[in-house]
Design a protein around this ligand. Sequence first.
Ligand code: TRP
Length: 428
Amino acid sequence: MAAAGSAVGLGNIWKFPYIAGENGGGAFLVVYLVCVLLFGLPLIMTEFLIGKRSGKSAYGAFHALNGNNRWQWLSWVCMTTAFLIMGFYFVVTGWCFNYLVEACMNVFKGMDMQALTSHFKEITTNTPRMIVFGVLPVVLTACVLWFDVNKGIERLSKILMPLLLVMMFLMAGRVLMLDNSNIGMQFFFRFDFSQITPRVVLEAMGQCFFSLSIGMGALITYGAYMPKTQNVTRTSIEVIILDTLVALLAGVIIFPAVFAFGFNPAEGPQLVFVVLPAILEQMSFTWLSSVLFFGLLCIAALTSTISLMEVAVAFLCDASAAHNHPLDRRKSVLITSALVIALVLVCEFWQPLFDSFDNITACILLPLGAMGMALFVGWRLPNNGQKGVLHGEKTHIKRWARKTFIFVLRFIVPAAIIIIFLNSLGVI
Ligand code: TRP
C-alpha cells in the first residue's frame, strides 16, 4: 500500500493528462501502455529486490550488495534526481493545497474557463501565495518524517485511496454525460500511428518511470522495509495496475471535459487545474465534491512527497555516517527540508527552471537511474546462490521467470532505453 501511495500521485492526475494532451492523446496512450508493460514490472521488481536483499536505503544498498564503492555513483544519481523532482513537485502540491483552501471557500462558483485560466495565472504569480503554498507541503512532509508517522499515513491511505478512486469514477460518470464528451474520448483513445514521433516515445517512457516512481531508489527504501516473506512479483503487479488505472481514469475525466468546455488539450501544466474546478462545478453536492476531491488529491500528493523526501533524508543519514560525521534522522530532516524549500522557491519564481526540472528528471535522469539499476542487478550481482538477488524468492518466482527476468534486465531494458534516447536525439 505504501508503494502504491508513492506511485499514485500528481504524476497520474496532473502530469499524465497534460503530457498526453501535448503529445496527441491516443498515440501517446498506446506508447505509454507499451512502456508500462515493458519497463514497469522488471524495474519495480529490481528496486524492491535491491532493497529487500540489502535492507538498506539507496545509499547503502549498492555498497552492501557489491562489497565496494564502484556502483556508488548510482546512489548520487538517485539523490540528485530526488532533489530536482522535489523542486517542482512541491510547487504543484502547493497548487493543490491552494485549490483545496479555495474549494472550501467556494471560490470557483460561477467561473467560466476564461476566469479559471486567469485565476490559475493569478495563483502562480501572486508572491505571498507562492511562498505560503510552496513552503506548506514541504513542512507537512517534513513533519511526517520527523514524527515518524509513516505507518499512520499508510493506514490512512488505505481508506482514502479507495475513496479517491470512487470519487474519480463518479467524476468520470458525470463528464461522460456532457455534450461533445465523445470528441474527448476519441482524442484519448483513438490510435493514430502517424502521430508517434521520437519525442512522443521519449515523453511516454519518462512519464512511465515518473508515474511508477521508478529510477530514483524510492522503491529500494520500501523494499528494505518489506517482510522477507512478501511476494515481490505480486506487489509490483498490484502497484502497476492501480497506478495505471488512476492515470486512465484521469484521462477519461479530463479529455471529454476539455472538449466539452471548448478548451485546448495541449495547454501544458495548467491543464487540469483549469479543467477540474469546472468539472466539479457540474457535480451534484458541488461544495462537498470539490472539497473532498482536492482534499484527497492533496493526500495523494503527500504520500508521494513522503517517498521522495525519504530518499534524500535516508541518503543524508547514511552518507554522513559513512564519512564519519553521522547526522541523526531529525537533523537530516531539517537539512533536507531547508534545501528543498530553497529549491522550491526558486522553481516558484523562475518558470524555466520548473519546466526543465520536470523535463530533465523524467526524460533523462529517471531512465538513466533505472538503466543503472537494471545493469547492476543483471550483470554485476550473482543471480544464483546465497548472494543472488533472487535468493529467498524461490517459492514466488519460478525458474523460467527468473531467467526471463535476468535476460530482460541484461539486454531488453538497457537496449530499449538507449534506443529511445538515440532516437529522440535524431541519431537513429
Ligand atoms: N510517482 C509519483 C507520482 O506519480 C511521483 C513520485 C514519488 C516519484 N516518488 C517518486 C517519481 C520517485 C519518481 C521517483 O506522482
